[in-house]
Design a protein. Sequence first.
Length: 472
Amino acid sequence: MHGSNDGHRQAAPRTHAVMMEIRRRIASRALLPGARLPSVRSFAKSMDVSTSTVVEAYERLVADDAIRSRPGSGFYVANALAPLSLADLGPRLDRAIDPFWVSRLALEASDAMSKPGCGWLPASWMPQEVMRRALRSASRGQEADLSDYSSPLGLLPFRELLSRRLSEQGVMAGPEQIMLVDSGTHAIDLLCRFLLEPGQTVLVDDPCYFNFHALLRAHRVKVVGIPYLRDGPDVARFEQALNEHQPRLYITNSAIHNPTGSVLSPATAHRLLMLTERAGVTVIEDDIFADFEEQKAPRLAAFDGLRRSVQIGSFSKTLSASARCGYIAAPRDWIEPLTDIKIATAFSGNRINETIVFSALKDTQYRRHMESVKMRLSQARLRVSSQLSEVGIMPWMEPAAGIFLWCRLPSGIDAAAVARHALTKNMVLAPGNIFSQGQISSGFMRFNVSQCDHPEMIKILKEGIAAAQCSS
């Protein structure tokens, strides 16, 4: 009996594999409209599956109108096909290496593609049971939770929970100073709409999270990068930029910096706040990696008391990227105008996602899960750092926490060339210049240690480095 259950569990992925292979052949025009599919028996043999698996796959494709069944004759490709897409033929090698490089490739990638360059944990590392309990709890909620619009500020009990969580970081923000949003990106977008006019200047770290560049570009502002050191931004260069560009805003990570993994020192934080206060610059701190911390790092929002600073965050890295939910903690008198902008652009909050994420964060298993994740990450950072050093790829620093290693490639090697080679091997990497406003990181690459378990990764990197050396 036990063996039959195991066989049943394995049938679904095998059926899916057969379906995906047929869809791939249709999309690439290896099977044209009206063409006869391979016989059930021959295709079962070529795919190394049972004939019943192929029959099930074919029947599901018929239900999806991808193929047609002709009794006594076989199965045929449907007459209507979607327009040919290069994306269906394999990885796009002609993509521009810009701030969208990793996002586009990693989000569009099939499950077969390895993603050491992406910015999230594998699904197997996420708190699946915590989320399942939260989903079940939400499904038993009141009718309004399943069907009504939400308050623009978001679920009050959730904001109260966030107020308590922020106080653990030294950030004192009452629930009335907190607004729930769809994500960290949504938070920055709302704040940019509120704070910026086209043509104004924004300071960012160099390197920094690449989507800061993309989002600021969408707001048509001037972006100036400040070199990022092991204890925070270069304060002398920061002061120089304040004098030369009169920026309106500075956007940074608090806690664990993306992509370097470094941590802001108290001395640097103090000097930054003195400079921004004098220049009238607002600071947005993205605290998305807070729950990965081993030791609490300084928060500019804590030192400043949310006077000219804002803290944002979300839970896509630790709970779920599917249940999109984040927050803004801001000065009290900013909340009403931010609410107006949210109503104008999104109308209300996402009540179901807020309910699910709130329930998950309250689950006692969540903190235990994160302790386990932090231990796994610590081991992974050591393992991956050692593996990369075998091919001359050296960490810029050894982070104390987090999912990233910011690494220097061998002298003279262009990370973009290595990334393009890896793409031909179904691997998405993150070349350094996508993080750099000044394009000063061509010899660097960011690695997500939780995604570096591909057995061929080091071999592919070695080949990419050799190819880059030959081309130069």
